[in-house]
Design a protein around this ligand. Structure first.
Ligand code: PLP
Length: 378
């Protein structure tokens, strides 16, 4: 009996980040600095809006793209806060940014199409490209300060290149692509049939002025897809809701995958998403800014080499001088000093570790003390 499953699925492993997170969780007494979600809870008014929606029996099938009032609210929010102009017919509410990336790549790729993924990168992209039978093409950025070198990008482009993925602020580096970087990418791509997927899920968590998204290059509007999420800015990771914005012609095709995979996102969370868009995220930003400063200074005082994070809530630390691969380094640190971080190789870059500062001041201090003890012991 031939029970052969889909080769694309059989060839993709479950996330290494998850595996390591569970290893840390199951290590007694370990202090975790692993997680990629705000430690705060969802703000009360957002939860109240969902409760009220349930009480009002907002429990029936909603429209596939999302309720029109939510699409309107997102359209207004993006115009007012980010200067991006997408009409309600160019927006689709998704099951987190994860589904947004999934429907986007599923819609763009034919088998064998290449997708350029600047590394280090969130592992989701490689997995989805492979599931779509596309070919991930990795573009290392560690030698260019985690900016994309336009010469290297030019050398990676081939007639099979279908898309480039830009994540800014970046997971795991916390870096933001500079205007110069984006201009150079735009120069290279503006006359090519190549899509740019802007994963901007951390854009409200930026600690520097002058943030620019590639989505601003509206002369390429027919080839830009913007992915967004409610997870990070509003501490709503468990709600599983995000959205995607694209020129109407592309967006109308994204709906096909979405419709047959999930139908729509749950009805009663959609009024809560409108409330979320009205939430002032500055207090949370200030908490993360203070933590970033603390973590950055502690690590540099230990003599570790880091690019100062400009956004998100991660630090990507160079540990190459200790002469171990990143999994060995992180496993030893967990075993010997009971502190858990994520090996850089899970983001496609060897010799680094990712540390998250989604933890209380006390936990961060304890975790950093343990890291300090570990590296002194080496
Ligand atoms: N994109 C990036 C860069 C992320 O770091 C994450 C989650 O960590 C996601 C997308 C997925 O977010 P969501 O919770 O909206 O699916």
């Amino acid at each position: 009996m031939d029970l052969r499953l889909n080769d694309a699925v059989m060839n993709v492993e479950l996330s290494g980040i998850r595996r390591f997170t569970y290893l840390v969780r199951d290590t007694p007494g370990a202090c975790a600095l692993t997680i990629g979600e705000p430690d705060q809870n969802t703000p009360g008014p957002i939860k109240e809006a969902a409760k009220a929606a349930l009480d009002n029996n907002n429990t029936h099938y909603p429209p596939g793209n999302g309720f029109p009032y939510l699409l309107q609210a997102i359209s207004r929010f993006e115009a007012e806060h980010h200067g991006l102009h997408y009409g309600p017919d160019e927006i689709m509410v998704t099951v987190g940014a994860t589904e947004a990336v999934f429907v986007t790549l599923s819609t763009l790729l034919n088998p064998g199409d290449e997708v350029i993924i600047p590394t280090p990168a969130f592992g989701l992209y490689e997995a989805i490209v492979r599931l779509c039978r596309g070919v991930p093409v990795f573009l290392p950025t560690e030698d260019s300060g985690f900016q994309i070198d336009s010469g290297a990008l030019a050398a990676s482009l081939t007639p099979r290149t279908k898309a480039v993925i830009l994540t800014s602020p970046n997971n795991p580096t916390g870096c933001i692509y500079s205007k110069e970087t984006l201009d150079a990418i735009h120069d290279l791509l503006k006359d090519r049939p190549v899509f740019v997927v802007c994963d901007d899920v951390y854009r409200t968590l930026t600690y520097v002025d002058g943030y620019h998204s590639f989505a601003e290059y509206q002369d390429m509007r027919d080839r830009i897809v913007v992915v967004q999420s409610f997870s990070k800015p509003y501490a709503m990771t468990g709600w599983r809701v995000g959205y995607v914005m694209a020129d109407a012609a592309v967006k109308s095709r994204l709906e096909v995958f979405h419709q047959y995979a999930v139908t729509s996102v749950p009805a009663f969370i959609q009024p809560a998403c409108v409330k979320a868009l009205q939430t002032d995220t500055t207090p949370m930003l200030e908490i993360f800014r203070k933590r970033r400063d603390y973590v950055y200074h502690r690590l540099t005082d230990m003599g570790l080499s880091i690019q100062e994070p400009q956004g998100a809530f991660y630090v990507f630390v160079d540990v190459r001088k200790y002469g171990m691969d990143s999994i060995t380094f992180c496993e030893r640190m967990l075993k010997e000093s009971l502190v858990g971080v994520i090996p850089g190789i899970y983001f496609g870059t060897e010799g680094y570790m990712r540390l998250s500062y989604c933890y209380s001041d006390e936990d961060l201090k304890e975790g950093l003390d343990r890291i300090e003890r570990f590296i002194k012991s080496l």
